[in-house]
Design a protein around this ligand. Structure first.
Ligand SMILES: [Zn+2]
Length: 488
């Protein structure tokens, strides 16, 4: 706060009071506060001129109502006292071309463990509702950046735990979602479109497990772009994504099912060199995110058997017995998907292994690095030369360093080739991939891309560059894979 110094006050009173003694019985010197500046009262008490100071806080602006400028998607208001004006973005008709989420309250103190409750308004052309939202931040690595991912749980009454369930088109009923910042992907395209491409591959798999085939999204994450607002301030362009949990995979309690995920990139456990420890809290390289049974020992045993088989079988035994441990069709799709989208790290990190009581089923998740994006955001893989199957002296190597994918490639090349060529007639044509990318990106108003960029200017690529790179990846990558995998 601002105050006159004691010295200044004494000097002033000496000047005013002492020459003629007029103010001997006390007087006030008052400086009025303005909209933004402190004022004060200097109370001179008696003939000895003792002074008591009282601060007067700034009055704050007296704003008129917001006036909307639809053409610029901007609102303005002016202070009727000092004339100060301020402007903000708002949910104009242009912004309303995609759904919007308005939060009211404070996110102060929020982190992965500390929940905050805010009011939440969801709006779109077809679905509108108001709820309480209980939020935490989400994810491991993005917490250092200013555009955060959030977990969003919707409640009618969070204290009584009444879930507010929503059915978005094509999704199953849910109350828990992820607000994904896509911090290093200003196009917002990679993660959701990666998920959709994975789903389009599952749609054509002849032996898709029945448990997945019966689910609305076949157990794949989906999302749609939203504009996010906090107390009417634009917070950025986000995607609202399905949450990867037992509901997504149709898993229930009291049945022998497991949802496990790898959290590490390069450790021995992540690369299947040693049996993993499966934690429940995400602190180990492998994590059991859901177990239908309280007793999880069968998960650890099954995993240990699988890893022992991967490391202890010769090629003939591997080829013959792999189906007793792993859904080989799913594994082949997964590896082809990694090559097509340049998801080099997903050989380990974010690999999901599902189990409905018998064998392990690989599933893809978190495609932030789709189309060859490097995980630190600094650039991209070279689609013509990077992350390709390679025949070395010791055999075929997948480029993932993982025992699982190296051995699959070594022993199932004819099957991989046949499946790849089938997929190249369907979901992996350049046209199919471009259609997915465009269908997603074209719905986002250019204005929102621009606002998001203004809000988070430190990203190394613009949304235009990001979309252009995706297009170039599709152009360059497929012919190279046709040659390499076609040559198996
Ligand atoms: Zn003012």
């Amino acid at each position: 706060m601002r105050k006159r110094s004691r010295m200044g006050a004494l000097a002033l009173s000496a000047l005013l009071a002492i020459p003629n003694g007029v103010f001997a019985e006390g007087y006030d010197l008052r400086v009025e506060p303005t909209c933004t500046e402190w004022g004060y009262i200097e109370h001179h008490e008696d003939e000895y001129d003792r002074i008591v100071m009282t601060s007067l806080p700034p009055l704050g602006h007296s704003f008129s109502d917001w006036v909307s400028d639809e053409a610029r998607s901007e609102q303005q208001r002016a202070c009727q006292v000092c004339g100060y004006t301020e402007s903000r973005h708002y949910v104009s008709e242009t912004v309303q071309r995609i759904p919007w989420i308005k939060l009211y309250g404070s996110l102060e103190g929020i982190n992965k463990k500390v929940k905050v409750t805010v009011d939440c308004e969801f709006g779109s052309q077809t679905i509108n509702f108001s709820t309480k939202a209980v939020m935490t931040t989400q994810g491991h690595s993005t917490l250092y950046y200013n555009k955060l991912n959030y977990t969003l749980r919707l409640y009618d009454d969070p204290t009584r735990d009444i879930k507010h369930r929503v059915i978005f088109p094509g999704w199953q009923e849910e109350h828990k979602y992820i607000l994904k910042a896509n911090m290093y992907d200003p196009s917002q395209v990679r993660n959701v479109v990666g998920c959709r491409i994975w789903r389009s591959i599952l749609e054509t798999r002849p032996n898709l497990p029945e448990r997945l085939a019966g689910l609305p999204t076949l157990g794949t994450v989906d999302g749609f772009p939203v504009s996010l607002w906090l107390n009417d301030e634009f917070m950025g362009l986000y995607t609202l994504n399905l949450h990867k949990d037992n509901d997504l995979f149709g898993m229930k309690t009291d049945e022998k099912v497991a949802l496990t995920i790898c959290n590490a990139r390069t450790s021995d456990e992540a690369l299947f060199l040693v049996p993993p420890r499966l934690s429940e809290d995400g602190l180990d390289d492998w994590e059991t995110e859901f177990s239908g049974l309280k007793d999880r020992s069968w998960i650890n045993e099954s995993f240990a058997d699988f890893v022992a088989f991967l490391n202890g079988s010769d090629d003939a035994a591997f080829k013959e017995s792999l189906p007793a441990y792993l859904d080989v069709d799913a594994a082949i799709d997964y590896l082809i998907f990694l090559y097509a989208l340049g998801l080099r790290n997903s050989g380990a990190k974010d690999l999901i292994l599902l189990n409905y009581g018998t064998i392990w089923i690989p599933a893809a998740f978190d495609m932030d690095e789709a189309f060859g994006r490097l995980n630190d955001g600094s650039g991209y893989l070279n689609p013509s030369t990077d992350f390709l199957p390679a025949e070395l002296q010791e055999g075929w190597r997948s480029g993932t360093d993982s025992v699982l994918w190296d051995r699959l490639l070594q022993n199932y090349r004819p099957e991989i080739k046949a499946r790849y060529q089938a997929l190249r007639q369907g979901p992996l044509t350049a046209e199919a991939l471009r259609t997915q990318v465009q269908a997603f990106a074209d719905q986002i108003p250019e204005l929102l891309y621009r606002w998001d960029q203004e809000l988070y200017p430190d990203r190394p690529f613009t949304y235009e560059e990001s979309i252009q790179q995706i297009d170039q990846w599709i152009e360059d990558r497929l012919p190279v894979l046709d040659q390499v995998i076609g040559g198996f």
